[in-house]
Design a protein around this ligand. Sequence first.
Ligand code: ADP
Length: 405
Amino acid sequence: MLGMKVLIINCGSSSIKYELFEMTTESVLAEGVVERIGTDSAIIKLRVTGRDPLVQTSEILDHQVGLSRVLSLLMSREQGVIQSAEEVKAVGHRVVHGGEYFSEAVIIDPKVRQAIRQTIDLAPLHNLPNLLGIDAAQSQLPQAVHVAVFDTAFHQTMPTYAYMYPLPRVLYEKYKIRRYGFHGTSHKYVSQRAAAFLKRPIEELKIISCHIGNGASVAAIRQGKSVDTSMGMTPLEGLMMGTRCGDIDPAIVPYVMAREELTLAEVKSMMNKHSGLLGISGLSEDMRVIEEAAEQGHAQAKLALDMYVYKIRKVIGSYVAAMNGMDVLIFTAGVGENSSLVRERVCKNLTCFGIELDDGQNQLRRKEERRISTSSSKVEVLVIPTNEELMIAREAKKLVEKISL
Ligand code: ADP
């Protein structure tokens, strides 16, 4: 079989997540992660379909070495799934921030690389490791087509009035301070899947998709295009999340900094790592823990859950206003796919929009695309498991096919 193998890479500051697809069947051949890069006890995990998982510990000081170990494993006689690096036709790189440069996936050339570099200021924690991954993969898989898929790209269709902040205009002109939105690959994937599930053209639909995991965002999607989303210039804006606060009065920042004598780094850490479900409950950022504690009567866990659900409902309501309607409501990611309680509580007070939840369907525990609204509900409520890696692999395949035409 000829086949088309596409490797997906998602690099963090000390990690490389990878997944190797056979795109003729869209099947996963192998997946895994390298963790604790930069230490003498880095961990490589590999899972090959149908075999026992493999875990190795060794010194891996940078992303170059990390990736070369991954490739050696993928090609090894005992553990491997490919015989040579030449089999990998394309590498899809997850890049978090594409700024205003990218509204779709692109083949990485020196100009694209330069644009990603120029966007580092907007997302230093993400774009810098993403670039390290690109460099490592380009040097080790020089024959492959390298494609960048951006978390922000899908939201580049937002109208100006939705993405501008009401700050002095000069801040936009000088620093490109504006709303970008994230989780774009996921919102795009689940909205396309929803249209396919409903067997309706996406151009006819007003879709609101809730990607709620550790990070969380809602997107308003009209005619298949994002018209608004709850995250902003950074992933801190919008919903209450596991450890992020989401929207707050910006005046709180200087106030708390003065009162608590906090540095910039400390206040950023407070809002990103010690707020949200964790900050309010004092227990955990994990929704499973919050749900269980709330069930047992833990007052702060109950409050955290109430606040979390209330905010999602308010954003959904505002997007009905933004699009003058809603045909489909999607739940996805860790909480959205698994928590029937959060879905129920979000939907319970949205009956004014014509939402009727089918309690039996909502309670089912299945990792598959399904409808959880009743047949008389005016809005189709769906659970669609997200698959950002597959979406990235599809984008990469599309570009490879385009250039080989
Ligand atoms: P990330 O944003 O890191 O990709 P995920 O989308 O994987 O995160 O979501 C992870 C979160 O999903 C966990 O922190 C947990 O709160 C939540 N989650 C997973 N399973 C369940 C469950 N059965 N019930 C409630 N929440 C769950």
